[in-house]
Design a protein around this ligand. Structure first.
Ligand code: 8X3
Length: 244
């Protein structure tokens, strides 16, 4: 197992969920971490910065300042992501489409482009995909589209990085209990809670452990993808719930 002691990392979406859990997991491994998100007051990292991945200027500023404060970069974790709405595509709106694609796809591509020149040899990029990027399900068209695109981008970059000492991994979680559902259901707490009812979801910390696993393989080993589902689910849409 390779040590992460003394390495540096930049994590997007660092204020909650998998991003926040990844910041803590990396720090426990001895990594100095810059965490970026819009809600900076909720970030617990060595370097804290405001980051809106949908805004090119915000991304440029955060990447520049984080890399400078950290003194170089070894790991980029693209964890910022969201879904808006859980309804048939007929009800999709220009605004919802823009937010989902800008955050999950353009934001991730943008942060990767900005950080790549700073990644030291032995560096590693981890993209947070989703089981939604592998199996489509109804009433999630834009989220599914964005996560299929994340997987496509990850593999395209894998091709372009071939021959360089930089690794790239997509981590594709299923049912993880975070604020994801609250955002997806536009603040409807009851609808959000019902997603995690009658089933044991994955905890964000358990996904962070998978990320650490990929990062700590020997340098010649690239873990291309890690797919993690709750035991009681076979896809994003098929979840076995116990009677209450
Ligand atoms: C979130 C998992 O199953 O709601 O990425 O699409 S799912």
């Amino acid at each position: 197992m390779a040590s992460l002691e003394g390495k540096t990392a930049l994590v997007t979406g660092a204020s909650s969920g998998i991003g926040a859990a990844t910041v803590q997991a990396l720090r426990r491994e001895g990594v100095r971490v810059a965490g970026g998100a819009r809600r900076t007051e909720r970030i617990d990292a060595d370097v804290v910065g405001e980051l809106d991945v949908t805004d090119p200027a915000s991304c440029e500023r955060f990447a520049r300042e984080a890399v400078s404060d950290l003194g170089g970069l070894d790991v980029l974790v693209n964890a910022a992501g969201l879904a808006v709405g859980r309804e048939l595509f007929e009800r999709s709106t220009e605004e919802d489409e823009r937010i989902v694609l800008e955050t999950n796809l353009n934001g991730l591509v943008r942060m990767t482009r900005l950080c790549l020149p700073h990644l030291r040899d032995g560096g590693h990029i981890v993209n947070l995909g989703s089981v939604a990027g592998r199996q489509a399900y109804p009433s999630g068209a834009l989220y599914v589209t964005s996560k299929f695109a994340v997987r496509g981008f990850t593999y395209a970059l894998r091709e372009d990085l071939l021959g360089r000492p930089i690794r790239i991994t997509t981590v594709d979680p299923g049912l993880v209990e975070t604020e994801f559902s609250l955002v997806r259901f536009r603040g409807d707490r009851e609808a959000a809670d019902s997603v995690y009812r009658g089933v044991e979801p994955i905890r964000p910390e358990e996904i962070a452990e998978c990320i650490v696993f990929a990062l700590t393989r020997p340098p010649h080993v690239n873990v291309d993808e890690i797919v993690v589902k709750a035991l009681a689910q076979s896809s994003g849409a098929r979840i076995l719930r116990s009677e209450e």
